[in-house]
Write a protein that binds this ligand. Sequence first.
Ligand code: FAD
Length: 372
Amino acid sequence: MLKDHGRSKYGADLPLREKDREVFGRIRDYVQNSCQTVDVLNLAKSVATFGATSMDDLAISMGASDIVRGLVNIWTVAMLGVDSTDVSLVYFLHYCKAGGGFIQMRSDDVGGGQHLRFRGGSQALATGLLSCLKQNSVVLNAAVKRIEQHLDIGCIVTIGDGRQFRSQRVISTVPSTLLPQISFSPQLSVDKLWLISQSKMGSYAKVFLCYLEPWWRRRGLCGLSQSPNGTISLTRDVSSDKDGLYALACFVVGERARVWAQKSPDDRIAEVLTDVDRIYGSDIPRPVHTQEQIWNNEKFSEGAPCPVVPVSCLVSLSRDNWRAEGYIHFAGTETSTTWKGYMEGALVSGDRAAREVLETFAVDWTSARAKL
Ligand SMILES: Cc1cc2nc3c(=O)[nH]c(=O)nc-3n(C[C@H](O)[C@H](O)[C@H](O)COP(=O)(O)OP(=O)(O)OC[C@H]3O[C@@H](n4cnc5c(N)ncnc54)[C@H](O)[C@@H]3O)c2cc1C
């Protein structure tokens, strides 16, 4: 469903005027083909090729009308929480390449970014990993305040209540935008400090509307809608039929999310419901429960899903590439060149950082991993 334009078959062309459809298709193909040409390890080279063009500049230069620009904006806000005016073409291409290409990232098909969901929520991944570890090996609710490195004794990590932990190595998975909350001694490299100070988390919120039944399916709809204007950018069917849970997730993202989040909770929900009516019609059932999640209000997220790096920092990032600094190693989804910004990227980066550490102790990574 495309707001104000009507429905189209899932996966088919959007219900646009012929000219808009043609331009939209060309921009999509350009992004898909160009992202395959970039070398994920060489951002500097891509900056030389694509310059500082934003995604919106790209759309305009390819002849996009307002509606097509709005649709391109949906790509960037949905995937990064940042409007197309604020994300560079080069960063977006690298982001897409890491996820196997633009089309794959947006796809619901096998291997696509939207193919699978966790029954019961993605927390299941963290709790599942925790169950593989020795009891009491994870300290929860402990914000790290300081990390010191000493040549003779290794690292000392200090948490909020003053407790200290000593280790030979540290792996930090704290998103770069939150690293300023930790004091490092000695300081991190100039490249990392520059990156940390300039990267920006997207504005991201979801509102879940729970219903007694999936009414949209009765109307022949899959629950996916796109709105180039208004409060909501996207809706998706996030039901878990086995659990009798029928829900639409409404994505409030980008600049719209920042403005919307400042309103009162009642006004926020009212605005979302009005927008859903405008997309699907005012005769749809009322939700029996609503639940909102605003990632920018979370102290340990400050936005989602992954820090966006401006063009001015891409050469520094290319040079630094999240290399270890002394005894400190860096992981987390943004450090990954595979599915950056996704859970897969976080897992791959954890694997890579663990290997870096084990190699410094001359432990064979393959046999260590096989024991897990
Ligand atoms: C709304 C939304 C939708 C998403 N959709 C998808 C999706 O469909 N598919 C997908 O694969 N991914 C999705 N993601 C992205 C996915 O959640 C992230 O890629 C993944 O969580 C990144 O893992 P991470 O370990 O790198 O970072 P995080 O999950 O952010 O973990 C970082 C951890 O560091 C902790 N921390 C921060 N500061 C400190 C400190 N000072 N001391 C100690 N700990 C600290 C935080 O509490 C947090 O637990 C989505 C994210 C959001 C928010």
